[in-house]
Design a protein around this ligand. Structure first.
Ligand SMILES: Nc1nc2c(ncn2[C@@H]2O[C@H](COP(=O)(O)OP(=O)(O)O)[C@@H](O)[C@H]2O)c(=O)[nH]1
Ligand SMILES: [Mg+2]
Length: 229
């Protein structure tokens, strides 16, 4: 049986991580056994404990290192644990674990090595997303289209899938975030990117890490990734 890793970065997500794992456990992908890797990014709440009880492999950062570092750790652990295929989603239930089968399908059909779940192509759309977030998303997505020449609609999505090879070779150049630099890195390495529609709803618990600092942190990292060999 092939193994599908579901990678979930989590920082203080005790309100949602239990339900997320329960819902992941009901997901079926033909020919695959699922396992979940939760990266507990220095949480001060019960995220790690709940994730362990929910059957996940928990990798903990003792101090908070940021989402880029958490995704780097998660992808590496998934590969080390023998994943043949990797799905990734946030812990806050903004994304639907039930969309994992459609997310990984292009990889199983060998049409892609790297899949972005697009909230803007999905049937739910992005209802309730704040205007500044919507604008920021479109600005960064436009930048990504120009840099990759790929028809991307959601460059900042928190739901993605990777072939084992793409997951093993992905490099994330900063600890703060991964969204754009990971796509630039994988496209540069020749991996085939595809988008599929996914559903989305705004988080009801906890808080987003995104602030006015986001562009100031992300833009230099994009430049660094572009200059990297
Ligand atoms: N807030 C925060 N979230 C992190 C961090 N590391 C990993 N995460 C997780 O990354 C995911 C996305 O974060 P979120 O703040 O919801 O980003 P947004 O959906 O773009 O607003 C969630 O599952 C978080 O629990 C971190 O350092 N800070
Ligand atoms: Mg979120």
């Amino acid at each position: 049986m092939r193994r599908l890793a579901v990678v979930v970065p989590a920082m203080n997500e005790e309100a949602t991580i239990g339900e997320l794992l329960e819902r992941v456990a009901t997901v079926e992908v033909h020919g695959h056994e699922l396992f979940t890797v939760v990266v507990d990014d220095g949480s001060s709440d019960r995220t790690g404990e709940i994730a362990r009880r929910g059957g996940a492999t928990v990798v903990r950062h003792e101090v908070n290192r940021g989402l880029g570092a958490a995704v780097r750790t998660g992808l590496r652990s998934a590969v080390e644990e023998g994943a043949d295929l990797v799905a990734y989603l946030d812990a806050d239930l903004e994304y639907y674990p039930e969309d994992i089968p459609r997310l990984v399908e292009p990889i199983l059909q060998r049409r892609a090595n790297y899949v972005l779940g697009s909230r803007f192509r999905g049937e739910s759309g992005v209802r309730g997303m704040k205007a500044y977030r919507w604008i920021g998303n479109h600005v960064f997505t436009t930048l990504l289209i120009l840099l990759t020449r790929r028809p991307i609609t959601d460059g900042q999505t928190g739901m993605r899938a990777f072939s084992r090879e793409a997951a093993a070779n992905a490099e994330i150049v900063h600890d703060y975030n991964y969204a754009q630099v990971l796509t630039l890195d994988l496209v540069k390495k020749g991996y085939r990117l595809l988008e599929v529609p996914i559903r989305y709803r705004l988080r009801e618990h906890g808080a987003s890490f995104i602030s006015w600092r986001y562009p100031a942190k992300v833009l230099p990292a994009i430049l660094r990734e572009l200059r990297a060999p």
